[in-house]
Design a protein around this ligand. Structure first.
Ligand code: AMP
Length: 192
């Protein structure tokens, strides 16, 4: 099994690259952002709660997010492994993910692939995406900057944890989408 954490700040291209990686290696993507958006669209209790954080550009509390993720991993799938997109985003979530992968899949995280993009490029990309995505959190520069602030305050330390375990690979996330995919494929091939 290959279990990839696809890591990077909002707007670094995780969703786009996850699409290519799932096809290349027959993986199942789990995006906590997508799961929240699905719940918001269906106006579930979880969606209503998540919205109060997402609309401000804040992280949804760990317990809620981790429970949702655990249920999704349990669903399993006919695939060679998982791509975790947008999770973990805190040190707590990093430990929780290792435990869930251990318990449910009897496996471990293979690698953390980190897309590196500078802040001003992120803001520009997200504002552009907001023109068509319909995402409330992409439509306003203040919310976007808060998401980036949350990333540095709470999420960046996730990278340190994977570094400590020798499972961290950085990839330049600026440039041609397919060229970035090729670099990601090469990093995955190395650990296969
Ligand atoms: P994303 O689509 O990954 O950019 O996520 C959109 C929003 O959903 C984030 O700004 C957070 O408010 C929330 N979210 C997604 N994943 C997580 C997570 N792992 N922990 C906490 N909040 C999350």
């Amino acid at each position: 099994m290959i279990n990839i954490v696809l890591f990077g700040p909002p707007g670094s291209g995780k969703g786009t690259q996850a699409q290519n990686l799932i096809q290349k290696f027959n993986l199942k993507q789990i995006s906590t952002g997508d799961l929240f958006r699905f719940n918001m669209k269906n106006n579930t209790e979880l969606g209503q709660l998540a919205k109060t954080y997402i609309d401000k550009g804040e992280l949804v509390p760990d317990e809620v997010t981790t429970e949702m993720l655990r249920e999704e991993v349990k669903k399993g799938g006919d695939n060679n492994g998982f791509i975790f997109d947008g999770y973990p985003r805190t040190a707590n979530q990093t430990a929780a993910l290792e435990q869930i992968v251990n318990e449910v899949l009897k496996d471990e995280i293979s690698v953390c692939l980190s897309l590196v993009v500078e802040d001003e490029v992120l803001v520009e990309r997200l504002l552009k995406r907001g023109e068509t995505s319909g995402r409330t959190d992409d439509s306003n520069e203040e919310i976007i900057r808060n998401r980036i602030k949350e990333y540095y305050a709470k999420t960046a330390e996730v990278a340190e944890l994977y570094k400590q375990h020798g499972k961290y690979v950085e990839i330049n996330g600026v440039g041609d989408v397919n060229e970035i995919s090729e670099k990601l494929y090469a990093a995955v091939e190395k650990i296969k």
